[in-house]
Design a protein around this ligand. Structure first.
Ligand code: IMP
Length: 178
């Protein structure tokens, strides 16, 4: 039987191992190294979920870059509330810069679309999205992430930054709800 964890009232089973995650993160970093060589991009990580992904991606990015954070909220428990609320906005000037938005997961796509819309008003030279996980079947907004770690089914997942009501972010692996 797969390794399981219990968070609050729910059980989650092992879905992606630490090795699988690191392999994909390194592969995305290799693409980014190629695409952004000499461009001094600014990585904008969406808190809290993308904290591990952003940390690993930027450590595997070997040219000059910057790292910044924004924070929005739209989820409560297993459900998106559908409303995007900004808790921490952009501090850096991204006008004329190459920006890569770092997300943990693109589900309905509404969060990433809303954040991109806001960042676009600052007129970056380019704006792309890198996400560790992508649920194409849950997509409501037509936005498509540019760099994807894993396309997954419409399951609720936790670990490697992703939480269930605050728990599970510290897990090194990714688990899915059973
Ligand atoms: P979206 O707006 O529906 O694409 O949701 C994006 C945000 O919802 C992500 O940044 C996560 O914080 C959260 N989220 C979506 N799906 C999951 C999941 O399966 N587990 C944990 N958080 C999730």
């Amino acid at each position: 039987m797969n390794k399981r964890v219990k968070l609050w009232d729910r059980y989650f089973e092992l879905f992606l191992s630490e090795e699988q995650i690191h392999e994909r993160v390194k592969a995305i970093a290799r693409e980014l190294n190629k695409d952004y060589l000499g461009k001094r991009p600014i990585f904008v990580a969406v808190l809290n979920g993308s904290v591990h992904f952003a940390s690993d991606i930027t450590r595997f990015f070997h040219d000059k870059c910057e790292l910044s954070f924004v924070k929005y909220t739209s989820y409560q428990g297993l459900q998106s509330t559908g409303k995007l609320q900004r808790l921490l906005g952009m501090q850096e000037n991204i006008f004329g810069r190459h920006v890569i938005l770092i997300e943990d997961i693109v589900d309905s796509g509404l969060t990433v679309a809303g954040i991109c819309e806001e960042l676009a008003t600052f007129e970056p030279l380019s704006l792309r999205v890198a996400t560790l996980l992508y649920k194409p079947k849950a997509r409501i907004h037509p936005i498509k992430p540019d760099y994807v770690g894993f396309e997954i089914a419409n399951d609720f997942v936790v670990g490697y930054g992703l939480d269930y009501n605050g728990l599970g972010r510290n897990l090194s692996e990714i688990y899915r709800s059973v």
